[in-house]
Every structure is written in structure tokens, then in C-alpha cells.
Ligand binder design. Structure first.
Ligand code: GLN
Length: 231
């Protein structure tokens, strides 16, 4: 039977580049685990999405000021964020690691005294690093996206950066000349976020769709698409 109701469109903010979760492919199409997951859930639940690649911090700020409906951007569910946002069920495991140049002798935070560390604005990894800054006495510089943060370390301007483990592992696997030197700290999960008290229906649809995709094998297909083969 013909559809009588137009599908609702939600505006979803994301990062500019955060592979394997969101990135532009060779054809300049936005792909990645988050993108494919969002599209598959929207299809399953009967809504449309308008994806806006704003950058991580800008996406979170836009959500906070109610300019967009949701954020999917490898966004960590943290106690602080739960005060401002409502999260979906967790959909991917993460933790914060420190990475240094391939040839670096730095082995951990205690080698950072007086040195410069690159961070990404507004991230859980930056929060973690800043929580350790007094103890270990390093200086920081911030970037709006992961690529520029990595480059600052590759180029030797900074001696280390802090990033989520799945993202750092993927970057290294795909050619970024860094190595991970710490065990994951502040382990947690990624979730889809809406502004607290808003878009309850959207979170419900996300959770319902996620459950379906986990049951029918589509979730695994999506993660395998980016993680199981040599990319
Ligand atoms: N997972 C991190 C956070 O939520 C970083 C997300 C990102 O850089 N896209 O802060």
C-alpha cells in the first residue's frame, strides 16, 4: 500500500574525519561504521538523515545549542556528557591511548615532562590528558581534527598525542607513522547522542534499529566492512 506519511528527516552532526567511523571515500562519499550504521537504522526505522560533517567539537556544540537533532561521531558516553545529552545504547567499545612517532623513545606519560603534546579539542582523550597534565608536567597544543593532531606528532612538533584506541589502531594500519605506547585508559563505549530531554523518539528508533541490526547480522557486516579486510 502507498505510504501516506512523509518520512521525518533528522539533521545529524558528525566529525570531518574519524576513520573507521566517518570519513570521505575516494568518491568523496561519506562512509564509515557510524555512517553506515546511521543509514541502516534510518532505513530500518523509516526516517531520513541529513548528515552534517561539522567536526567533532562543533558537532557537540551544535547539539548543545539545539541546532541539530543528534550526533554520531565516535562519541564517548561519559558521566559529564550525560548531564547535557541523552545517549543511545552503547554500540562500540573504546578507551584512550597515547601515541608517539614510530622512532620515538617515549614509552609513557612519565617521559613527557616539559614536552609538547597534541590534543583534539573537546574530546574524551583531551580530557584524559588534561587530567594527567599536572602530574606529568607536559605542555599541550590543540587541533580540531585527528589528522592535524597526528601530523603534529609525525612532524616532531609534538612528542605525543592522545586518541581513542580503535581510531588510532586504524590510522596506524592505514599508514599513519605513529605507534601506541600505553594501555587503554578511561575505557567506555560510543553512543549516539541527542540533547537531554529532546528527540526521545529518535533515540528510541536508534536503539530499536540497532537491536535489529545486531540480530540480523547487519551490524557485524558493517563493522567487518571497515575492520576485517586489509584497507
Ligand atoms: N571518542 C572521543 C570523544 O567522544 C573522540 C570523538 C571524535 O574525535 N570524533 O570525545
Amino acid at each position: 500500500s502507498p505510504k501516506v506519511h512523509a518520512e521525518k528527516t533528522y539533521t545529524i552532526g558528525t566529525d570531518v574525519t574519524y576513520p573507521p567511523f566517518e570519513f570521505a571515500n575516494k568518491n568523496n562519499k561519506y562512509v564509515g561504521i557510524d555512517m553506515d550504521l546511521m543509514k541502516a537504522i534510518a532505513k530500518e526505522e523509516g526516517f531520513k538523515v541529513n548528515i552534517k560533517a561539522l567536526g567533532f567539537n562543533a558537532a557537540v556544540q551544535s547539539l548543545q545549542s539545539n541546532q541539530i537533532d543528534g550526533v554520531i561521531a565516535g562519541m564517548s558516553i561519559t558521566p559529564e556528557r550525560k548531564q547535557k545529552f541523552d545517549f543511545s545504547d552503547p554500540y562500540y567499545k573504546t578507551g584512550v591511548v597515547m601515541a608517539v612517532a614510530k622512532n620515538s623513545k617515549i614509552k609513557g606519560l612519565s617521559d613527557l615532562r616539559g614536552k609538547r603534546v597534541a590534543l583534539k579539542t573537546g574530546t574524551a582523550a583531551a580530557d584524559y590528558a588534561q587530567s594527567q597534565q599536572k602530574k606529568y608536567g607536559f605542555k599541550t597544543v590543540t587541533f580540531d581534527d585527528s589528522d592535524n593532531m597526528y601530523n603534529d606528532v609525525v612532524n616532531g612538533n609534538s612528542v605525543a598525542c592522545f586518541e581513542d584506541i580503535p581510531v588510532m589502531q586504524y590510522a596506524i594500519k592505514t599508514g599513519t607513522k605513529l605507534k601506541i605506547v600505553t594501555k587503554p585508559a578511561n575505557s567506555g563505549y560510543y553512543g549516539f547522542a541527542v540533547l537531554k530531554g529532546h528527540n526521545k523518539d529518535l533515540v528510541q528508533k536508534f536503539n530499536h534499529g540497532l537491536k535489529t541490526l545486531k540480530k540480523n547480522g547487519e551490524y557485524k557486516k558493517i563493522t567487518d566492512r571497515y575492520l576485517s579486510t586489509d584497507t
